[in-house]
Ligand binder design. Structure first.
Ligand code: PAF
Length: 282
């Protein structure tokens, strides 16, 4: 068990990383908004497997929440997160105050790549602008060799990979598989909002994705047919569907005929909780 060093100050954090790298160590970073669960732990474990030092960042980034979204009530569980990170062997935690990330007069933002326009980008305008801005800034403060992200946020991982390529950022991006509860529910910090009945109904997302995978594996290539099959499972259980689509995994375009590899993506609301999930179809 390592007690992680906690950094609040960006310069102190950056100096620590630069010293480690100057000593020849490989550094990995796992950016998070806290409320850590087994999915985050798997990302830290992945970083530890390939790096000498691992940094977790914990910052609930206000610029990626729209005004009507859950910024104020987003779960903040720093003490639990710290204990969990200690248990899994994290070397450092960067947990800045909002003013360190967004000083008075802050006005510089990253224009996200074109893959940010659809799906989450349509439903949550400005979301990826906030994500790209904070992730680029975190990469400046934690100049690691590799950053590890979860595949549950499929579009986010794609947006970040494109930003890193387009802006020639000197960091490797490692995307790791979604961790699920034994019954299939994708791990998410937002699962804590679900009542027992909502928790049961939320299983419709992974069931709908399994149905899409089954249809495609059986030879179905009509996108409309597969999307209708997903909706047939979702509609009786969820309160609203933002999207349930099959897309090309690098462009997120949705051609009428499914070509493999493809990805099925869902965003739906159960009660007042918005959940997302996805599954590769290949
Ligand atoms: O995936 C998240 O938790 C956030 O979007 C991230 C990447 C930490 C940026 O705030």
């Amino acid at each position: 068990m390592t007690e992680p060093t906690i950094f609040r100050d960006p310069d102190a954090m950056r100096n620590w990383v630069l010293e480690r790298r100057a000593a020849g160590e490989r550094v990995g970073v796992v950016p998070t908004m806290g409320a850590l669960h087994a999915g985050h732990v798997s990302l830290i474990t992945a970083a530890r497997e390939t790096c000498d030092r691992t940094v977790a960042t914990i910052f609930v980034n206000p610029t990626q929440f729209a005004p009507h979204e859950d910024l104020a009530k987003y779960p903040r569980t720093f003490e639990q997160d710290r204990a969990r990170l200690a248990e899994v062997g994290t070397d450092a935690i960067f947990a800045p105050p909002v003013e360190a990330m967004y000083p008075a007069g802050f006005s510089t933002y990253v224009e996200p790549p074109s893959v940010a326009a659809s799906l989450e980008g349509t439903i949550r305008p400005g979301h990826f602008r906030g994500v790209c801005t904070v992730v680029l800034k975190l990469f400046q403060i934690v100049p690691a060799d590799v950053a590890v992200f979860g595949a549950k946020d499929f579009q986010q991982a794609l947006v970040i990979r494109r930003m890193v390529r387009d802006l020639a950022l000197p960091i490797e991006i490692d995307v790791r598989p979604t961790v699920r509860e034994p019954d299939g529910l994708a791990m998410s910090s937002r699962n804590v909002y679900l009542s027992p009945d909502e928790r049961r109904r939320a299983l419709a997302l992974s069931r709908a994705l399994a149905e899409a995978a089954h249809r495609v594996a059986s030879g179905e290539r009509s996108r409309t047919a597969v999307e209708q099959a997903m909706r047939a499972i979702l509609e009786p259980e969820v309160d609203s569907i933002d999207y349930a689509v099959v897309a090309e995994p690098e462009s997120l375009e949705c051609p009428a005929r499914i070509e493999l590899p493809a990805v099925a993506l869902i965003a739906a609301r159960v009660g007042s909780t918005r959940l997302i999930d996805n599954r590769r179809l290949d």
